[in-house]
Design a protein around this ligand. Structure first.
Ligand SMILES: Nc1ncnc2c1ncn2[C@@H]1O[C@H](COP(=O)(O)OP(=O)(O)OP(=O)(O)O)[C@@H](O)[C@H]1O
Ligand SMILES: [Mg+2]
Length: 305
């Protein structure tokens, strides 16, 4: 089956600044593909190119079988876009916003009403469609934005930080919706800064300074980032004088704070055991399965650059 999204050697420059630096990747139909990276890594810029809104400096993109040369209208018909900036009209009702979106896409009235009812049901919308958008909770606003992005029945939806600033309950709700979209066969391209959300993606591309530094399933990225086991350290006292000493140990690669504990990357597990014994009055340690947060810290911010 052809890819939903295919990007080859994509580069985007703003004057002398390179925002996206020669990236290549492909997304399969129905996949939940996550885009992760620190602020300014180039995620939104890439999405804007894929939605046909920005002309790349070089490289090729194909989205739902279309090239930028096929024109913005053709691409818009196949692609839904929930931008990072909130785009619904706060002083219009839910219904008025959806009417407006339908008009933009020239969706016939009967088709619009049928789809709208289905998608509102799908997101379990419990408010009145006559309510002003500004009166809705932050989470519900995002869900209605998603309905607007889906109203023309696109093959692919680009969701740029759809859960930013949303409560944990709504984040979980939103991800259940994303899973549902994927089960319906939609391709979901999503950015997030939440690692628990990234864990739910089929595959993830990790971006840093405009480049993709790693790509794969959550498990694949964990294997890639860590060749040795990692350890969780639980301090035994309130003293933290041992941290700097620990960092000097030749068996230790990195020590990162993790809530009240620390996560430790070692150079090799065998020599770590002797080190751990030396520090046994300072902390307990146990091997843990790396989380995507560990992967992110290691690959995006850590020494393994
Ligand atoms: N129109 C523009 N003109 C100049 N620079 C831009 C423009 N758009 C984006 N940039 C720069 O390109 C870089 C990448 O921006 P982008 O918005 O793609 O990052 P991002 O990964 O989406 O970040 P965030 O997580 O904060 O949303 C940033 O340094 C940004 O300042
Ligand atoms: Mg962004």
């Amino acid at each position: 089956m052809p890819y939903s999204v295919e990007v080859k050697n994509l580069t985007v420059k703003f004057d002398a600044f390179t925002a996206v630096d020669n990236i290549s990747f492909a997304v399969n139909p129905g996949e939940i593909f996550g885009f992760l990276g620190a602020n300014g890594a180039g995620k939104t810029t890439t999405i804007r190119v894929l939605c046909g809104l920005l002309i790349p400096t070089s490289g090729t993109v194909r989205v739902a079988g279309l090239n930028p040369e096929d024109g913005l209208q053709a691409i818009k018909a196949k692609v839904g876009y929930m931008s990072q900036k909130f785009t619904l009209y706060q002083d219009m009702t839910v219904e008025e916003n959806l009417d407006f979106t339908a008009a933009l896409h020239k969706i016939p009235r009967d088709v619009q009403l049928k789809r709208q009812a289905e998608w509102l049901e799908f997101i379990r919308f419990k408010e009145s469609p006559q309510r002003l958008v500004r009166e809705l909770s932050g989470g519900t606003k995002q869900e209605v934005s998603l309905v607007a992005a889906l109203l023309h029945d696109p093959e692919i939806v680009f969701l740029d930080e759809p859960t930013a600033g949303v409560s944990p309950v709504f984040r979980a709700r939103f991800w259940a919706i994303i899973q549902g979209l994927s089960q319906k066969g939609k391709t979901v391209f999503v950015t997030t800064h939440y690692m628990d959300e990234a864990e739910q993606c089929g595959r993830i591309a990790l971006m840093r300074d405009g480049k993709i530094i790693a790509i794969g399933s959550p498990d694949e990225l964990k294997k890639l980032a860590f060749t040795e086991p990692i350890y969780e350290i639980t301090p035994k006292t309130n003293s933290r004088g041992w941290i700097e000493k620990l960092k000097q140990e030749s068996s230790v690669e990195e020590v990162n704070p993790y809530g009240m504990r620390f996560h430790l990357v070692v150079k090799d597990a065998a020599s770590w055991q002797a080190t751990a014994t030396k520090f046994s009055s300072d902390f307990d340690n146990q091997t843990i399965k790396p989380s995507l947060e560990d992967v992110f810290i290691r690959l995006v911010e850590g020494k393994k650059k």
